[in-house]
Design a protein around this ligand. Structure first.
Ligand code: PEP
Length: 252
């Protein structure tokens, strides 16, 4: 069975003290994680070690970075390599978030290199894909997402694909309060899974966790997570409020 995952993307928010408080509040809430379900927390880089320390004794709770470099090492001032992240016990790395694509001009080709760096260093990529509003209005979202998958993931072999998690995040729903309807999310997740089946076979597709991201909150998580091909969520704004995040994590 594929994993159910709820991941918190803190983005560029919170001081260290606020982040510690948030993690402690989530842990104190005593989230029940049945076999096969995970919680992932993605704080900013400077807090990774501290958050790892806090979650270390909580099975089912994992650490993610929000990005990694596309190069292995060297003269790339300000960058953080996948190897560095693994050396501080990071488990997952979010790659291809739409904010990175838009504000930092990350391309599908560059993301393919980041994916390779992550996998080579034992990190599991949470690969984000999703269309802007004009693409959704033109009803060409499937082709748009298919191209993202093809150009960043399809150079991988089936064994490597097992370590990938996909997050479908329609850009028009991120931080806007607009959520994809459960039907819109299910349609796209089913499309992604069938594209993966075409490329890698049915077994690989059935084993792949596909998360939904875009204004998910306690009031809509249950309906979204009940969709057959939605295996959890990548949560932005609501992950900064312990009660909201823990409610979402228990919405399966
Ligand atoms: C995100 O940034 O990954 C995200 C889904 O944000 P929000 O939940 O705030 O829309």
């Amino acid at each position: 069975m594929r994993k159910k995952i709820v991941a918190a993307n803190w983005k560029m928010n919170l001081t260290l003290a606020q982040g510690e408080q948030l993690v402690n509040d989530i842990l104190a809430a005593g989230i029940k994680l049945p076999e096969g379900q995970e919680v992932v927390i993605a704080p900013p880089f400077p807090y990774l070690l501290k958050v790892k320390q806090l979650i270390r004794n909580y099975p089912g709770i994992y650490l993610a970075a929000q990005n990694c470099a596309s190069e292995k090492s060297g003269a790339y001032t300000g960058e953080v390599s996948a190897e560095m992240l693994r050396s501080v016990d990071v488990d997952y790395v979010i790659l291809g978030h739409s904010e990175r694509r838009e504000y930092f001009s990350e391309t599908n080709a560059q993301l393919a290199k980041k994916i390779d760096q992550a996998l080579a260093n034992g990190l599991k990529p949470i690969f984000c894909c999703g269309e802007p509003l004009e693409v959704r209005k033109a009803e060409t979202q499937n082709a748009y997402v298919a191209k993202q998958l093809e150009e960043s993931l399809y150079h991988l072999d089936a064994a490597a694909l097992k370590n990938i998690v996909i997050a479908y995040e329609p850009i028009w729903a991120i931080g806007t309060g607009l959520t994809a309807s459960a039907a819109q999310a299910q349609d796209m997740h089913a499309f992604i899974r069938s594209s993966i089946a075409d490329k890698y076979g049915r077994e690989a597709a059935l084993g792949l966790s596909i998360l939904y991201g875009g204004s998910a909150k306690p009031s809509n998580a249950r309906e979204l997570f009940a969709c057959a091909d939605v295996d959890g969520g990548l949560i932005g704004g609501a992950s900064l409020v312990a009660a909201d995040f823990t409610a979402i994590a228990q919405s399966f």
